[in-house]
Design a protein around this ligand. Structure first.
Ligand code: NAD
Length: 477
């Protein structure tokens, strides 16, 4: 499978291309077409035509049936999807086979379940009219927004793309998607599956290419786009918002994080250590929900730090950073941490494997201590396998430290005190607070961040709300 654009039901490439590199050993594994402005225009036109054609006349039940066929189609080619995701990202096969691809299938099934049998989400109400004007019946129907641009990142390529594509299609929109330039393969496979599922031409379109000054920017500043759903870095979100402002295009943003973990002295320490190993080092820290700041209550600080560092040093089966550029960024933070006065308790450099991986983009899982809250290492998103651990004395201080960040995506709280868990969780400025767990997801719950971590919520009804427009119909009785 070669990465290709998919516009109006037809696969195509462009003369302009760029190389696709394996993060595992740095070798070139493919060539990706770079969409020109014309390709993006054609995709937006095809999406608009689909809304005016058969796709625009589908019932929600028909759309749910398409979603189920897409889910079945991914499932039927499961191994191919897993292999493509592993090839693009270098992530352990197990991660792709247990998280990325099953969740992509789950995204389509969840939105088929949530939308089925609820064509208009009507809420009839009877209200008194103005004096002398009689009674009226008000009801609200939901209409699709129209042409939706979906821009996704490289860390969970198919999972995060389908997280938006599924509800957008369920709600009746036509989609133009642009996956990350680093990970074009599973998106191309998805287009194949969507074609095989029989979705009307133009309902789903895919363009490949870079972001700034390229396909991403052409798409998000396009006057024919009615809404933008974006997952990626906060700085990119700001750039997209500036372009979206021109046409007052609505946005839904899932952005970066600098997620805290709060470990109280009453926590099950072994569980908190294991949980933090997962939350800091899964996918080598390249998940927006990963923990990069750990705050531990002073009586258990030394024991926690010792155990965490030991576990980090023992990790062997981990994947690379997505690119040489991203590896260099993470390593620059490892150096900065030392310059800022950190103690490096585990990692801090580049591992040596003695095989082809030495040509890849690996960094060591890293545990740091000793930095002030004001250090850049503690404030800026690194997006690598690294966390900084600092002590706190009481609940108020823990909450103050957790909230002292420009970001507010996710947090974890480790405690066996039930009252404390309920007291602390709502005071943390984050869209999601996990208690004694991490990344336990129910797709119906709201997902998103506060502050620089995002705008709006997706998940369940929240996604269907974003991807549709309420229209109130008032009938005089
Ligand atoms: P990125 O912002 O660099 O790129 C994301 C996408 O945006 C890519 O498809 C890219 O081509 C496109 N893009 C870049 N500049 C653009 C522009 N000016 N206009 C339009 N499109 C543009 O992010 P990334 O490096 O791919 O992903 C890592 C970031 O994503 C991290 O900050 C991480 O926290 C965040 N993230 C957030 C969530 C979440 O749910 N909140 C999930 C995953 C990743």
């Amino acid at each position: 499978m070669k990465p290709a654009h998919y516009v109006n039901g037809v696969f195509s490439t462009t003369e302009a291309t760029f190389p696709l590199l394996s993060p595992v050993d740095g070798s070139q594994v493919g060539v990706v077409p770079e969409a020109s402005r014309d390709v993006v225009d054609a995709a937006v036109r095809a999406a608009r035509a689909a809304l005016d054609g058969p796709w625009g006349r589908t019932s929600v039940e028909e759309r749910c049936a398409f979603l189920r066929r897409i889910a079945d189609g991914i499932e039927a080619r499961f191994d191919e999807f897993v292999a493509a995701e592993v090839a693009d990202t270098g992530k352990p096969r197990d991660l792709a086979a247990t998280v990325d691809i099953p969740r992509a299938i789950g995204n389509f099934r969840a939105y088929a379940d949530l939308s089925y049998g609820r064509p208009e989400r009507a809420y009839p109400t009877t209200v008194p009219g103005w004096s002398g004007s009689g009674q009226a019946l008000n009801y609200t129907v939901r209409r699709p927004l129209g042409v939706v641009a979906i821009i996704s990142p490289w860390n969970l390529p198919l999972l995060l793309l389908t997280w938006k594509v599924a509800p957008a299609l369920a709600a009746g929109n036509a989609v133009v998607a642009k996956p990350s330039e680093e990970t074009p393969s599973t998106a191309t496979l998805l287009a194949e599956v969507i074609g095989e599922a029989g979705l009307p031409d133009g309902a789903f379109n895919l363009v490949h290419g870079h972001g700034a000054g390229a396909a991403g920017e052409y798409l998000t500043s396009h006057p024919g786009v009615d809404a933008i759903a974006f997952t990626g870095a906060s700085a990119t979100g700001a750039a997209i918002m500036r372009n979206a402002a021109e046409h007052v295009t609505p946005v839904s943003f899932e952005l970066g994080g600098k997620n805290p973990a709060l470990v109280f002295a009453d926590a099950d320490l072994a569980e908190a250590v294991e949980g933090t190993v997962r939350s800091s080092f899964t996918h080598s820290g390249q998940i927006c929900l990963c923990t990069e700041r750990v705050y531990v209550q002073r009586p258990v600080f030394d024991e926690f730090v010792r155990a965490l560092a030991e576990r980090a040093r023992a990790l062997t089966d981990y994947g690379p950073m997505i690119s040489a550029e991203h590896r260099d960024k993470v390593l620059s933070y490892y150096r900065l941490a030392v310059e800022e006065g950190a103690t490096v308790l585990a990692g801090g450099g580049v591992p040596t494997f003695g095989d082809a991986r030495d040509g890849g983009f690996y960094v060591e899982p890293t545990v740091l201590t000793g930095l002030p809250q004001s250090a850049r290492t503690v404030r800026e998103e690194i997006f690598g396998p690294v966390c900084h651990v600092a002590p706190f004395d009481d609940e108020d201080e823990a909450i103050r430290l957790a909230n002292d960040s420009p970001y507010g995506l996710a947090a974890t709280v480790w405690t066996t005190d039930l009252s404390r868990a309920h007291r602390v969780a709502p005071r943390v400025e984050a869209g999601i607070v996990w208690v004694n767990c991490w990344n336990l997801r129910d797709l119906r719950t709201p997902f998103g961040g506060v502050k620089a971590s995002g705008i709006g919520r997706e998940g369940g009804e929240y996604s269907l709300d974003f991807f549709s427009e309420p229209v109130n119909v008032c009938v005089k009785i």
